[in-house]
Ligand binder design. Sequence first.
Ligand SMILES: Cc1cc2nc3c(=O)[nH]c(=O)nc-3n(C[C@H](O)[C@H](O)[C@H](O)COP(=O)(O)O)c2cc1C
Length: 416
Amino acid sequence: MTQNKLKGRELFEAIGRPTTIVAPMVDQSELAWRIISRRYGAELCYTPMFHARLFATEEKYRQNMWSEQDGDRELDRPLIVQFCANDPNYLLEAAKLVEDKCDAVDLNLGCPQGIAKKGKYGAFLMDDWDLVHKLIRTLHDNLKCPVTAKIRVYDDWEKSLAYAKMVLDAGAQFITVHGRTRDMKGQATGLANWKVLKYLRDNLPKDQVFFANGNILYPSDLQRCREETGADAVMSAEGNLYNPGVFWTKTDNIDKQFPRVDKLLREYFEIVKSCAGEASKHAMKAHFFKILHAFLNVHKELRPVIGRTSVHADIKNWEDIVEQVEKLVQDIYTDEKIKEKDVITTGEVQDWGGAYKTVPYWRCQPYFRTVNGEKQNTRKLQVAAARDEVACLENANKREAAPIEENVTKKSRVTA
Ligand SMILES: Cc1cc2nc3c(=O)[nH]c(=O)nc-3n(C[C@H](O)[C@H](O)[C@H](O)COP(=O)(O)O)c2cc1C
């Protein structure tokens, strides 16, 4: 079964040598979002994590997660379908259902949430290497398409390297490394460590296809990440959710890199209407809030309107919201000083190597979080797997630097 499958670099070439990747995101990297992200520069997309046992055994769950358009050759490729699992048989059964509709199947080894602990999957498999090996090897030996894996790191670099080697030995053809440890979640998220990513990259076989994940705010961070880590490609989750333009590097077109919220929302909404299945519609409300995050801080009156509109409401209600946003932004552009105001400014280079930008509130932009109500500049953030234990003192206006898998599953359909 395995002999005709594309391996590592061959597979990477076959899917067009992607350099920008939409991360797997529960309830958020569904079909409509993948389509819009590709239009703004994403070259490879992952599905949200699906629960293998539920996907294999419950038709209703599968119907909610997957439609006939998912993985369509014209519409939705290249695509990697991600599962969480702790049972090789269910994993294989689930993966078999999509093996002809994707370029690879990925195993989630990074989810750090309580629900993953309870169900023993995601990052909690870091305690059971034999099972991880078995899960990956089962797909490698029996699936038509290749298998890949997404991992977190340990504080111990050598252990992280041994773990990555084990995952690859089991048969994973690509490895994505999220540069945070399992404990780095919620208030303790801290910064991903690109140094440990580089260490892993440098110590894995030269030809290994390696994706880096963590700390991407702007298009300009992508190249910096590839240079600093040596990764083939860079994956973004939260950066992409708040601004799909984060992947646009072909030009410095402001409308591609920091799209106007009215235009982006309209484009995304039209895509949702055209998508089969339930997943794209279900995810719409959360996407509206994220696309409009900075905008809603100014136009607060819209927040409750979106809040009370159900994803099951008549599409006309959502159309009204899109029209309201369009009207508000069009008014902004009647300002005679709009040319002066509609600019992106870049601040000083920070100690983490990048620089913060100021983006007009009517354009998509990254989201900065406060930690325990404190501003980032007053708080030392933990850096993942920091060998020298040097904490990183961050400067003004910083975000919590991190994405939050745990935000996602509160109302997630995944249970284990
Ligand atoms: C909304 C959301 C949902 C996520 N769901 C998943 C998931 O389904 N599978 C997974 O492996 N990681 C998931 N993650 C983690 C991301 O894939 C990524 O590893 C993490 O957010 C770090 O990347 P970032 O700094 O670009 O956000 C999720 C993250 C977010 C923000």
